[in-house]
Write a protein that binds this ligand. Structure first.
Ligand code: NDP
Ligand code: 13P
Length: 339
């Protein structure tokens, strides 16, 4: 059993709150930073979040705070901010983050730089020890104690060990990996395919279609990752196929919900504002399309979804292009040759 410590969580949305509860249930004191003082006060007094994870009680050892100087006191910090906010929130306190253990839970890619969140952390705090937590981890299911597994990825084995120690519980199992880049890339890329999957479900397209989509999505994201130097084997693990399966199959996934709403005929803006929470796949689709074009990587699903959402192409046209494209071989994506 791990020794009890004080741990910080930066970000008080669905995932930050679910993780803070897990840590507190394991006996740790948790400082949870959020930007909104009113939300913090409601959590303090009512032990419920007014916006996220409705109906979930927030443990009394989770202390909400809007004070960044206070939240950076512990040695171990989990970061659960949207990718669009991570750099801006942490930049003013970057110097204080050096020599800490920083674990990113954010599944996104920075626009313009194509940096993953742990790479931004490294840039901001070069002396920090960095890890990435990723896997099939729907926040609500974690908060409801559904049996869940995840991956902590870091080049530094002590980071993996410490995260396993503070988080392991009867309902939450943490596997270790040394492939930080692959684990993080898997978590970011799958959001795009979850949008697509939600769309096919809204359109009543059947189980053969969804199984094909998910399998070809795995091929496509692995092909992309291999071209960027990641280990394809990582994509067969929890942070690859595991996370792809859960988000492409669950109506609890916000990215799936955005796709579903678009499939019902809503515009992207309407779908995103109806959601009211972060759906990282929308930005990831843009940056992924730009990067795959730049590097000349064959990504027909990304190209097709981009054409529908940002190019005004009809779904029928995209389906026709995908189905009638040049014949290919099946498991081509593990090899770096021949495609
Ligand atoms: N939810 C899930 O199941 C999972 C989420 N993730 C990842 O975790 C990350 C966070 O997602 P999640 O917690 O679900 O998101 P939510 O939408 O539930 O919450 C977002 C949180 O970030 C805050 N926030 C938004 N913009 C800013 C900003 N500019 N500055 C400071 N704080 C801001 C929000 O505050 P406010 O309420 O004031 O707007 C809120 O506390 C995402 O990258 C997501 O992909 C990963 C695995 C599972
Ligand atoms: O990453 C997730 C589950 O692992 C959550 O996905 P959504 O952001 O689509 O809800």
């Amino acid at each position: 059993m791990s020794s009890k410590r004080t741990v910080a969580v930066i970000g008080g949305g669905s995932f930050g709150t679910a993780l803070a509860n897990l840590l507190a249930e394991n006996g740790h004191k948790v400082l949870m930073w959020m930007r909104d003082a009113q939300q913090a006060e409601i959590i303090r007094t009512e032990r419920q979040s007014p916006r996220y994870l409705k109906g979930i009680s927030i443990h009394t050892d989770v202390e909400p705070t809007t004070d960044l100087a206070k939240v950076i006191q512990p040695d171990l910090l989990f970061i659960a901010l949207p990718s669009s906010a991570l750099r801006d929130v942490l930049k003013p306190i970057a110097d204080e983050l050096n020599n800490k253990i920083l674990v990113s839970m954010t599944k996104g890619i920075e626009a313009n730089t194509f940096l993953l969140m742990s790479q931004i952390l490294q840039e901001l705090a070069p002396q920090a020890k960095i890890g990435v937590l990723s896997g099939p981890n729907l926040a609500r299911e974690i908060a409801e104690h559904a049996l869940t597994a995840t991956v902590i990825a870091s080049e530094d084995v002590t980071v993996c060990q410490q995260v396993q120690q503070v988080l392991h519980s009867r309902t939450f199992r943490v596997y270790a990996s040394n492939d930080r880049y692959g684990v993080e890339l898997g978590g970011a890329l799958k959001n795009v395919y979850a949008i697509m999957s939600g769309m096919t479900v809204a359109l009543g397209m059947g189980e053969n279609t969804r199984a094909t989509l998910i399998t070809r999505a795995l091929a496509e994201m692995t092909r992309f990752a291999v071209k960027l130097g990641a280990n394809p084997m990582t994509f067969l693990g929890l942070a690859g196929v595991g996370d792809l399966l859960v988000t492409c199959n669950s109506a609890k996934s916000r990215n799936y919900q955005v796709g579903y709403a678009i499939g019902q005929g809503l515009s992207l803006d309407e779908a995103v504002s109806r959601l009211g929470e972060v759906a990282e796949g929308v930005n990831t689709l843009k940056v992924l399309k730009a990067k795959s074009d730049e590097l000349g990587i064959y990504m027909p699903l990304v190209t097709g979804l981009y054409a529908i959402i940002f190019g005004g192409m009809s779904l029928e046209k995209v389906i026709e292009k995908l189905m009638l494209a040049e014949p290919k071989t099946d498991v081509d994506f593990i090899s770096t040759e021949g495609f």
